[in-house]
Design a protein around this ligand. Structure first.
Ligand SMILES: [Zn+2]
Length: 83
């Protein structure tokens, strides 16, 4: 069992609508989308995005990556990551 930073689980490679690759995560606790402020419910997929420097300075070092829900940024899991 993961201890401590167990709010999300790394799922693997995913493709965004624009064709760029990202990493998909699965929420283990309810998170909040940094873009639309809607909840990301446990077991839902989401992606992460590097926050602007102003946001980083607000939350402190280590909070530079924020959660983005699939409504804002749809994800398709990449089953052929070697392709
Ligand atoms: Zn969102």
């Amino acid at each position: 069992m993961p201890v401590g930073r167990g709010k999300s689980l790394l799922v693997g490679a995913a493709v965004q609508p624009d064709g760029s690759r990202t990493t998909a995560y699965r929420a283990l606790e309810e998170l909040v989308c940094a873009r639309c402020a809607r909840p990301i419910l446990p077991a839902c997929l989401f992606s992460r995005r590097t926050a602007p420097a102003t946001t980083i300075s607000t939350f402190g070092v280590g909070w530079g990556r924020v959660a983005i829900c699939v409504a804002c940024r749809p994800l398709r899991l990449d089953a052929n990551a070697d392709g």
